[in-house]
Structures are given as structure tokens and as C-alpha cells.
Ligand binder design. Structure first.
Ligand SMILES: Cc1ncc(C[n+]2csc(CCOP(=O)(O)OP(=O)(O)O)c2C)c(N)n1
Length: 369
């Protein structure tokens, strides 16, 4: 704790100090290979953002949701959870799938909505999910994943296994009724769930202070009777430590925790947004100076785990990996037309089978239609 307030729900937990040293009272003391793996994942998702926003501008994908500036929360969470724990994401946590080993090309195929997309082109672009890595689809509608995470946690407890559910939301989502229902039931059922709010200060063009009169978002935990943590969301080690504490509590039967991860969205809300219309360049610059990747780099350099040459080598490897993944999927065609009939019925009813056969008999549409 190094913020002004004695109340942990008003102050902010940090690990990495401005000079790159770590606070020994809060440092999770992760092994070197874990620190370097985290660094790689942070850089990877940052580079994917740059490449995919470019693809959207070239008209190759219709929509992409970047997370630039907010990487520390999904990456810290990925390392603090087990593969068997389930993730119920909001808008900016799809990178957890990549950390869990979901193939990058298949992940990208969802943005293209093509034949390699495990969701068969049926979701909005950039709404990745994967059963193979226990990450459910996120809903474009703000909020429903929060009670879903709580319900799934209740089910896990009833089944008697030690799976923990992690549900994410933005600051805007805390003004939705779903947030309040989820918080109420989470503690009432003592569900093994960690609910994480990425407070990035904006809900598209609405600033957080117009969403709520509450001093912080973390303090809301108190009203629902559960532990809360307010953490520096641009400090990947602080996020890791906070989520690790909450996940352990949930796994050991101690019930839910609510975490506010304080961060900032450096880029647009999505590829459809122009943030210069509602926020100042000075505000963005002041947060860019707190960049989570540069902050972690200062820590790694001080610990002599990276230097310019190692950084450049990692970046080269990542660029090649991302370029290969894009090349593998970019020019694939759409999912087969008859896949429209899959996944709803275990056995297709005769009337739908007839429609599917009629569709099959039609000529394919020319490319581009
Ligand atoms: C129920 C609902 N209302 C409004 C919208 C339009 N909308 C899409 S994203 C968004 C802002 C979400 O803000 P926040 O929860 O803070 O997440 P962030 O985008 O900042 O990560 C809004 C209002 C929506 N998708 N669903």
C-alpha cells in the first residue's frame, strides 16, 4: 500500500515503484521464467493491437477492440489462475485465451469470422471465446457475464470441485442492474468467484465520475459484505498479487472478492470510436507516461532480466509469430453455408434438414457477396 488513504478500498496497491524497484511488502516474488513469460505476453497483445487496428483500417476486418494500456489486468489474471478456472470476460480480456495456449491463428480467425473461426462467424468480430481454454463468449450487451460468473461459481461449489470463476466488467458495467444482482448473490452464496472491474476511466464517452458518486469502485464491495481490493491496474505484479490472493480465498472456500483494477484506455473504445471528441490529449499523455509495459520493463531491467538486445530479440520473434498467424487465416473463405444449421439441435428436425439440403443445392455466391 502506498497511496494516501488508510482505507484499502480507497487507496491503491502497488508493487513496482517508479524507479523500477519492487516493494518487498507486496512483491509476489515470481520466478524469473514467469516474469519473462509475462513480459512476452504483455508485448504480444500490444503488438497484436497495432497489427489488427491496421487491418481494420485496411478494411480486412470489420471491427477490432484494442486494449492498449490495459494489458496488465488480463495478463496478470492469466498467470494467477489455473487453466481449469473459467473466465467470463467483458470487452478487454480476450488475451487470457492466448496465455492459456489457444492458437493465435484461430483466435485471430474470430476477428475475420471465417472458416477457421471456432464460433463459425456468428459472433461480433473481436468477441473471442474458446471452450478448449474455459473462456466463455462475451456479450456485447454490458453486464450479463457478471451474474453468469456467479451462477457458474455456485454450480462449481454445489458439484464440490475447486474451480474458481473469474468475471470481468468495465467501470460502466457497475451501473448496470446485473452488477448488483451478481454482487448480492456472490456473497449470499459464498460463491468461489473473483469479480474484477477494469476501471479505465471511460465508458465510451462517459467519464467514471458521471457513472457513480461513489469515491471508488472497490468500496462497493463493503456494501455487499465481501472483501475488496483496489489495485494499480498498470502494475502487472500488483494485479497478479491481488488476483492470486482472491483466487486462493475462493478456492479454499472463503467466497468471493471484488477487485477494482485502476487503469486507462489509451486507444479508442473500439475501432468505431474517435476519442479526441470527448477527452484531452493531455489526459491521454499523462496516462501514457504510466504505461504498464514500460513500467514492467523498468523492473525487469533493474533485475537484469532484460536489456535492449533481449527486448529487440523478443519483439522480432513476436512480430514473426503474429505475421505468420495472420497469414494463416487472412485469406480463408467464410464458414460453410450449411453450418448455419449446426449446433442448435442434437438431431436436426426434418423440416430444417430439408431447408439445409435445399441450400446445399443452390450455387455458391460469387466471392465477395
Ligand atoms: C446494456 C448496454 N447498454 C449500452 C451499451 C453500449 N455500450 C457498449 S460498450 C459501452 C461502454 C462500456 O463501458 P465499460 O463498462 O466501462 O467498459 P469499457 O468499454 O470502458 O472497457 C456501452 C455503453 C451496451 N453494449 N449494452
Amino acid at each position: 500500500m502506498s497511496d494516501a488513504s488508510d482505507d484499502p478500498l480507497l487507496g491503491l496497491r502497488h508493487v513496482i515503484r517508479d524507479d523500477g524497484s519492487a516493494d518487498p511488502d507486496t512483491d509476489p516474488f515470481l520466478p524469473e521464467e514467469t516474469l519473462l513469460a509475462m513480459y512476452r505476453e504483455l508485448l504480444k497483445i500490444r503488438r497484436i493491437d497495432v497489427r489488427m487496428l491496421g487491418k481494420q483500417r485496411q478494411g480486412k476486418v470489420g471491427f477490432f477492440g484494442t486494449i492498449t494500456g490495459q494489458e496488465a489486468t488480463p495478463i496478470g489474471t492469466a498467470f494467477a489462475t489455473r487453466q481449469s478456472d473459467w473466465v467470463f470476460p467483458a470487452l478487454r480480456e480476450s488475451a487470457i485465451m492466448i496465455c492459456r495456449g489457444f492458437p493465435l491463428s484461430t483466435w485471430l480467425a474470430q476477428a475475420y469470422g471465417n472458416s477457421a473461426d471456432v464460433l463459425k462467424g456468428r459472433q461480433m468480430p473481436s468477441h473471442m471465446s474458446g471452450r478448449a481454454v474455459n473462456q466463455v463468449a462475451w456479450s456485447s450487451c454490458i453486464g450479463p457475464q457478471i451474474p453468469q460468473a456467479v451462477g457458474a461459481a455456485f454450480a462449481a461449489r454445489q458439484r464440490g470441485d475447486d474451480t474458481v470463476m473469474v468475471g470481468f466488467m468495465g467501470d460502466g458495467a457497475t451501473s448496470q442492474p446485473d452488477f448488483h444482482s451478481a454482487m448480492t448473490f456472490a456473497k449470499r452464496w459464498n460463491a468461489p468467484v473473483v469479480l474484477i472491474c477494469q476501471n479505465n476511466h471511460w465508458s465510451i464517452s462517459v467519464p467514471t465520475e458521471k457513472q457513480t458518486a461513489s469515491k471508488t469502485i472497490a468500496v462497493k464491495a463493503r456494501a455487499y459484505g465481501m472483501p475488496g481490493i483496489r489495485v494499480d491496474g498498470n502494475d502487472v505484479l500488483a494485479v497478479y498479487a491481488a488476483v492470486d490472493e482472491a483466487v486462493r480465498r475462493a478456492r479454499e472456500g472463503g467466497g468471493p472478492t471484488f477487485i477494482e483494477s485502476v487503469t486507462y484506455r489509451i486507444g479508442p473504445h473500439s475501432s468505431s470510436d474517435d476519442p479526441t471528441r470527448y477527452r484531452s490529449a493531455e489526459e491521454v499523455e499523462s496516462w501514457a507516461a504510466k504505461d504498464p509495459i514500460e513500467r514492467f520493463e523498468r523492473y525487469l531491467r533493474k533485475a537484469e532480466l532484460i536489456d535492449d538486445a533481449k527486448r529487440a530479440a523478443i519483439l522480432d520473434e513476436l512480430e514473426a509469430e503474429i505475421a505468420a498467424a495472420i497469414d494463416a487465416v487472412e485469406d480463408l473463405g467464410p464458414p460453410p453455408r450449411e453450418s448455419l444449421f449446426e449446433d442448435v439441435y442434437e438431431a436436426l428436425p426434418p423440416n430444417l434438414a430439408e431447408q439445409r439440403d435445399a441450400l446445399r443445392a443452390l450455387p455458391e455466391a460469387p466471392k465477395g457477396h
